[in-house]
Design a protein. Sequence first.
Length: 278
Amino acid sequence: MKKRLLALSLLITQIFSAQNSSQHTNPLIETKDHTPTFQESIVSPAIKADRLFDFSTKVEITAQSPGDKIYYMTIDANDVNKKKKFTAYKKPFTISRTTQVQAYAERKREKSSVTIANFNRRPNYWDINTLSKADPQYTTTGKLALIDGIRGDVDWKKGDWQAYLGQNFEAVIDFQSPQEITRISSTYLQDNKARILMPKKVEYYASINAKDFILLDTIDNDIDPKDEKIQTKDFTIEILPTEARYLKVKAYYYGKTPGWQQKKGGETYIFVDEISVQ
């Protein structure tokens, strides 16, 4: 009798052990019933057009995944007091003024983050000749970037600035015809940890024939090169109405890296962006 009870007890124990073992060793049951499924994240669309244009430019918006629907919205100077809404994108469109384009992708009611792109119509049709050689790493979109009306961000790594290493910055603007000017400004950046320092001074000259230039004014820098704040400064002058076809801007670089800097003896940069004239 005892042997039968012992055998029965062993049999029951084996059955329970087998059931427990099957529950822990069959992951398909658990995965199928309890593991949630996640939809692949939706990538924001790409917006393509000329960053700087003369009269108009075509804007094309492309989804990163086939089948995603795209919705977009445009904002320009005429939309200041308007309530704008996103609309379905169907085909490329044309803009003829400075415009911000926003767009997102949608798939099964899930939306991507919004892509924002700015496209600028040239504020003038001047030409500019830079007499200094820009550092190849920091030429932004070319010489016209200095007079395109787009101001560089204090985050200079975005690439909106032109850099000149170990030399003065000098450029001549051609207005194409004589203009009456009363105000001139050019903007510079300082980040002394990156050897980018304000110019010692900036000079402005005017000319009618591009040969004989008259000094209009000189502005000395008043920002301490030891100031570690990343900052910009407008070197601005206001003058009596003066007629000129050509304007020369000359900024004098700081010189060798100051002795208190970690990298001693190296050259410093001038970072310049926007030159504006009124």
